[in-house]
Design a protein around this ligand. Structure first.
Ligand SMILES: NC(=O)c1ccc[n+]([C@@H]2O[C@H](COP(=O)([O-])OP(=O)(O)OC[C@H]3O[C@@H](n4cnc5c(N)ncnc54)[C@H](O)[C@@H]3O)[C@@H](O)[C@H]2O)c1
Ligand SMILES: [Zn+2]
Length: 341
């Protein structure tokens, strides 16, 4: 069961349970140490800090070795707790280190980016990148507690905020038509995070609880990610590098197009999706010469079975389907559609 607490401020009482542990350790990067840690430091009781460098490039076995070494140097026993204060990198990697240290100690996620609050901290997927493969090593383990507080978003750079917002759009499109309508009527800067975030998290939680290890239904959370993830991966080492959500925004347009082609949504609904997404994210210039690069990533996608490409599409607005088989030609056609918008 995912245990998630939504807060709008922090009090001593919120962290009183930490006194039941033998030791408390907070994992931070230089940004969350500077912007987030001061908001809770005085409420945690006596604790130690482990500081790592920020960035996806740091989500490696080398950094885990450093974290495990620090945990060992602190003599943490099995009744200690690790508090992961940061974005998805800290949460995924800190959770992985906690889940493996002495066969697993308790850990708490305090996500500080929008992406981590509505997506990465919920659902129990933990891990690191390995030999250039994203999230290649990891485990499923539900955190003992997730504490979500939008106060952290105040210091988050706008591109990061907008990137995380793509997952909120995704959750609405796959599971909540009313929220989709509300999003379209409200400018991003006027959204009330205290309402939107819990709503979006609840969508993810209910999907994950129905299918914790992604045997079926959980795959609907991959809407926009078959195409989006391939675009993100291909551009990663180039000057056209995109944030995750920026790539997923493109992927959602392409996969909404595929949903329309399969007669699941109407041309008007597709047009609404494109208009809204392009009002939040600038349109990116994609060259046809990049297609072969996207294709190689799409063919490697973890969701495929054998040589067939499988993705999650919209069945209608607010409902998604999974294991939808699409051909590379159909995907190329959907990227042409995006380019022509
Ligand atoms: N486990 C899952 O289910 C899941 C789901 C989605 C994504 N992820 C993972 O999440 C990671 C991406 O997470 P992310 O987008 O949060 O990136 P991130 O953790 O790299 O954080 C983005 C940047 O924001 C900084 N930052 C964090 N909080 C801040 C704040 N409040 N104020 C100022 N700066 C702040 C960080 O230091 C970093 O530089 C990826 O590794 C991805 O694989 C995991
Ligand atoms: Zn995503």
């Amino acid at each position: 069961m995912n245990k998630v607490t939504f807060l709008n401020e922090f009090t001593l009482q919120d962290f009183a349970f930490l006194q039941n542990y033998t030791q408390r350790v907070v994992l931070v990067d230089e940004n969350t140490k500077r912007y987030c840690y001061p908001l809770i430091a005085d409420l945690l009781g006596r604790h130690a800090l482990i500081l790592i460098k920020s960035g996806e490039e740091e989500k490696t076995l080398t950094t885990c070795t450093y974290i495990w070494s620090e945990m060992t140097a602190l003599n943490l026993d099995r009744k200690a707790v690790l508090i992961n204060l940061g974005g998805g990198v800290i949460g995924d990697m800190g959770g992985f280190c906690a889940a493996t240290y002495k066969r697993g100690i308790d850990f708490i996620q305090i996500p500080t980016t929008l992406l981590a609050q509505v997506d990465a901290s919920v659902g129990g997927k933990l891990g690191i990148d390995f030999q250039g493969l994203k999230n290649h090593l990891g485990v499923f383990r539900i955190p003992n507690l997730v504490i979500i507080n939008p106060v952290f978003l105040q210091t988050l750079p706008y591109p990061e905020l907008r990137s995380g917002f793509a997952e909120i759009i995704k959750h609405a499109l796959i599971a909540d038509k009313a929220q989709w309508q509300q999003l379209q009527q409200t400018a991003l800067e006027h959204l009330v995070w205290q309402q939107i975030i819990p709503h979006s998290v609840n969508i993810k939680t209910s999907v994950v609880e129905a299918d914790p290890t992604e045997k079926g239904l959980r795959k609907i959370l991959n809407f926009g990610h078959t195409v989006g993830h391939a675009i993100e991966s291909y551009y990663l080492p180039t000057a056209k590098k995109l944030l995750h959500g920026e790539a997923i925004a493109i992927g959602m347009i392409c996969e909404a197009y595929l949903s329309m082609r399969k007669n699941n949504i109407s041309a008007q609904e597709l047009s609404d999706i494109c208009t809204y997404i392009l009002s939040v994210y600038d349109k990116k210039y994609i060259q046809t010469t990049d297609y072969e690069g996207f294709k190689s990533y799409i063919l490697q996608d973890k969701k495929n079975e054998g040589a067939t490409i499988q993705c999650a599409l919209l069945g209608e607005i607010g409902k998604a389907t999974f294991n939808d088989i699409v051909s590379w030609e159909e995907i190329a056609d959907s990227i042409d559609f995006y380019r022509d918008l």
